[in-house]
Design a binder for this molecule. Structure first.
Ligand code: MN3
Length: 237
């Protein structure tokens, strides 16, 4: 009697049903529970407004790849986990941020929702060949609020440097006035009744691969080469 004959048939007898189960399981996974709305997450990572290498040499593709592809994506993923099956999942991001702001029992939800919003705003606050000075009405309002554009730049840099640890520097509109504010961690002007015009992320992950501990050089590059003043002007109310 040939022992290989028996083993071969044994293998076929065991493997064929297993393969069938695998194929069936694979075919069922993507379409499971279509009646419940499928697996489409409530919040998606918005597309970057430019290519990942478009801000070089001031911000590298490596920095943008990690910052957008890992950090921003993680905030989106966490937000989806935290809102899964909850009523909040159906609300606009801004409403979640306003509803959870200042509530210590909802800090996780606030932090992730606000960071999704802050980063989307930050990408729009930059553009290739940005920087320079604003024009038109925004320029007039900056002069009225800070005395000159140079004075604005000095004050914005000081705010970015004075933010101890992780956070953000912002140009905001509050009523009829423009202000520079800094916020800690995920905190955002949205939670304080202010309208954000321009954002600079000063978490170390925003600049460390390119500038290491030289936050001031990063802020300078942001103002001189990246700031998108057309976007800022479009946000003025
Ligand atoms: Mn960041």
């Amino acid at each position: 009697m040939n022992p290989y004959f028996n083993e071969g048939w044994l293998a076929i007898l065991v493997l064929v049903p297993l393969m069938g189960m695998a194929i069936t399981a694979k075919a069922q996974a993507p379409g499971k529970a279509p009646a419940a709305g499928g697996d489409t997450p409530a919040f998606l990572l918005p597309a970057l407004p430019y290519a990942q290498d478009a801000l070089e040499p001031h911000l590298s593709a490596r920095t943008l790849g990690v910052h957008y592809g890992k950090h921003h994506q993680a905030y989106v993923d966490n937000l989806n986990k935290l809102t899964a099956g909850a009523k909040m999942a159906g609300l606009p991001l801004e409403a979640i941020i306003r509803q959870t702001a200042g509530k210590s029992d909802q800090a996780g939800l606030f932090n992730n929702a606000a960071q999704v919003w802050n980063h989307t705003f930050f990408w729009k606050s930059m553009k290739p060949d940005g920087g320079g000075a604003p024009t038109g009405k925004l320029a007039e309002r900056i002069h009225a609020a800070f005395g000159s554009f140079d004075a604005f730049k000095t004050a914005f840099t000081e705010a970015a440097m004075a933010q101890f640890g992780s956070g953000w520097a912002w140009l905001v509109q509050e009523g009829d006035t423009l202000k520079i504010v800094k916020t800690s961690n995920a905190d955002t002007p949205l939670a304080h009744g202010q309208t954000a015009l321009l954002a600079c992320d000063v978490w170390e992950h925003a600049y460390y691969l390119d500038y290491q501990n030289r936050r001031k050089d990063f802020v300078q590059a942001f103002l001189d080469h990246l700031a998108n003043w057309d976007f800022a002007a479009s946000q003025v109310e």
